[in-house]
Design a protein. Structure first.
Length: 240
């Protein structure tokens, strides 16, 4: 509370606590699912299934490829289906990616650092091991290319929240990529997270440590060069 000339008013910190309580972050979490959701797995084409439990939505395919994992407050799940939660989670993840590329943590608004890194080996902890929210879309090794897909990773220097996913995560918030999908009748806004990766694409290492991601839709290919920090530095469209 903050004292004013007219009495007291709720401080920003107090408002945040009240909002968290109303969102149900400190209450019991109901379970929804497992339920089939739209969008086939972008690795194997298998059916996707979602489960909401303990304030977290997990979507995997029938072959156990992780497609999405994100925290959602119980208040948002009170009258929602698992499919609706998957759509909400996709929007929240894209917002988090956008903020992280601006150097801002979606959880505490502290400084966020982003980078493109190699897929962890079996000896490493793997995606999301440092805590915080984790967003995934597809397996670490892409079955279509038999090559490990480099990861996009964002880490907060203050609250240790992290965001981890395939390198193409960084593409999903760029206007040129958005326009490319829209021109081919697949608006990014109307697609679930793993559906954005359900395309013909290749990922190769750039000279500066970044990657070049090639997305193929219909008769065109979009080549996107990402820096080692995951920022889009160049795009080019090529007709097949």
């Amino acid at each position: 509370m903050e004292r004013t000339e007219d009495g007291y008013r709720l401080s920003h910190a107090g408002s945040e606590i009240v909002a968290a309580i109303l969102a149900g972050r400190y209450t019991d979490h109901e379970r929804l699912g497992p339920t089939t959701v739209d969008g086939a797995c972008n690795v194997c084409g298998g059916a996707a299934t979602g489960v909401y439990e303990d304030g977290r939505l997990d979507v995997t395919c029938e072959n156990d490829h992780p497609l999405l994992r994100w925290s959602i407050p119980p208040n948002a799940a009170a009258d929602a289906t698992v499919s609706e939660l998957a759509t909400l989670a996709t929007s929240l993840i894209r917002h988090a990616i956008d903020l992280s590329l601006q150097g801002v943590c979606v959880e505490c608004y502290g400084a966020m650092t982003t980078r493109i890194e190699a897929v962890p080996t079996e000896a490493d902890d793997g995606p999301g091991a440092d805590g915080g929210d984790e967003a995934e879309a597809g397996d670490e090794a892409d079955d279509r290319t038999s090559r490990p897909t480099p990861l996009f990773r964002a880490d907060c220097e203050t609250c240790t929240a992290s965001l981890v996913g395939p390198a193409w995560f960084a593409l999903t918030v760029h206007p040129t990529v958005d326009a490319f999908y829209h021109d081919h009748g697949r608006p990014v806004r109307d697609s679930l997270l793993w559906e954005l990766g359900h395309v013909e694409y290749e990922t190769t290492r750039a000279d500066d440590g970044g990657v070049v991601v090639t997305v193929g839709l219909d008769d065109e290919r979009l080549h996107v060069t990402l820096s080692d920090a995951g920022e889009v530095v160049e795009t080019a469209v090529e007709s097949a």
